[in-house]
Design a protein around this ligand. Structure first.
Ligand SMILES: Nc1nc2c(ncn2[C@@H]2O[C@H](COP(=O)(O)OP(=O)(O)OP(=O)(O)O)[C@@H](O)[C@H]2O)c(=O)[nH]1
Ligand SMILES: [Mg+2]
Length: 329
């Protein structure tokens, strides 16, 4: 892609505000680019659109692989577009878990939304550090808001730190769980539950309904002993079936009620302000650390320096001096 001129960026901004999906996709590619001139153009673009952002209901959705996140997003998203909403679906998946074909995989799993003119599905940026991938997704979310999407659903698999990044870019964090197999305790151990604004035990259909209800009761008991994330909200535990659609409407009602309460108390605005500052630091760190990952000389020298430090031949302080010198000060 050529380097966009200021007038190109003006045009991009106008077309995005007008809801042009092709241009939105192109602008996201700009955001995901590693080229410095693209980064600069992307930053100018998001700044130009900033006033038109922030209006969406931002929901993060996590849960173990296969718990039904994509299926739930498809069912919920379809319901919402049916109510006249415009829904953007994004993902944060920095692992190489998905290679090639990921768009296809997600679009096939999202049979309804994949063909819905009021839905926009964009898979996770595919490479980079978690901080970098998540920052790109957050900027993409802003562009989608400027393009008129008023619900943004961000999927992330619950196996690492990516849940925290997604909780930090959304207003409501939904943890999906399953009944049985000690899953309840695992989720608790990983600390994901502390971030949850709601837990939904999915696949509550067929023979599984009773077991799902038992699991929900266990989660409820576990949540009771944790300090809630907000003084204005006790995270509910519900059961649902993304496959049959049972419980999906109720789930959304909780999201809206949460929003009503946190808006009234001023907590939503405060949370978003804190998130913005946090992202500034994440992106700054990302930028300052970039030479460590890209500079050839440094990349070659770092393993040796590490070995020397580990062996006690080089003090960490001297190592830092050496690295800083190579970084140019
Ligand atoms: N019975 C039943 N099956 C479901 C339900 N939701 C999802 N599934 C099935 O579970 C499997 C995994 O669903 P996905 O929606 O792809 O799960 P995911 O959490 O997005 O998975 P990853 O993206 O790989 O982490 C698919 O075969 C779905 O059809 C449900 O509510 N009930
Ligand atoms: Mg999925």
């Amino acid at each position: 892609m050529a380097s966009p001129s200021p007038s190109d960026i003006d045009r991009l901004a106008r077309d995005i505000s007008g809801g042009n999906r092709t241009v939105l996709s192109r602008a996201i590619t700009l955001i995901e680019s590693k080229r410095a001139d693209h980064r600069h153009a992307a930053a100018t673009l998001t700044q130009a659109l900033l006033r038109q952002t922030g209006k969406a209901v931002r929901v993060g959705i996590t849960g173990a692989p296969g718990v039904g996140k994509s299926t739930l997003i498809d069912a919920l998203g379809h319901k919402l577009t049916g109510q006249g909403r415009k829904v953007a679906v994004l993902a944060v998946d920095p692992s190489s878990r998905r290679t090639g074909g990921s768009i296809l995989a997600d679009k096939t799993r999202m049979a309804h939304l994949g063909n819905d003119p009021n839905a926009f599905i964009r898979p996770s940026p595919s490479s980079g550090t978690l901080g970098g991938v998540a920052a790109r997704t957050r900027e993409t979310m802003l562009l989608c808001e400027a393009a008129g999407y008023d619900v943004v659903l961000v999927e992330t698999v619950g196996v690492g730190q990516s849940e925290i990044a997604v909780a930090d870019m959304t207003d409501f964090f939904l943890v999906l769980a399953l009944a049985g197999a000690g899953d309840e305790l695992q989720a608790l151990k990983k600390g994901v539950v502390e971030l949850a604004d709601m837990i939904a035990v999915n696949k509550a259909d067929g023979d599984n309904i009773a077991r799902a209800k038992v699991a929900a009761a266990q989660y409820g008991a576990a949540l009771n002993i944790l300090a809630p994330r907000s003084p204005h909200w006790s995270p509910p535990v519900v059961t649902c079936s993304a496959a049959t659609g049972e419980g999906i409407e109720a789930l959304w009602t909780h999201v809206l009620e949460h929003r009503r309460r946190l808006t009234a108390s001023g907590e939503l605005a405060a949370r978003r302000g804190e998130q913005q500052v946090k992202w500034m630091w994440t992106m700054l760190e990302e930028r300052l650390f970039a030479p460590l990952r890209t500079d050839r000389g440094l990349k070659a020298a770092l393993p040796r320096i590490e070995t020397e430090v580990a062996a006690g031949r080089l003090s960490p302080a001297t190592a830092v001096e050496q690295i800083a010198e190579m970084l140019g000060g």
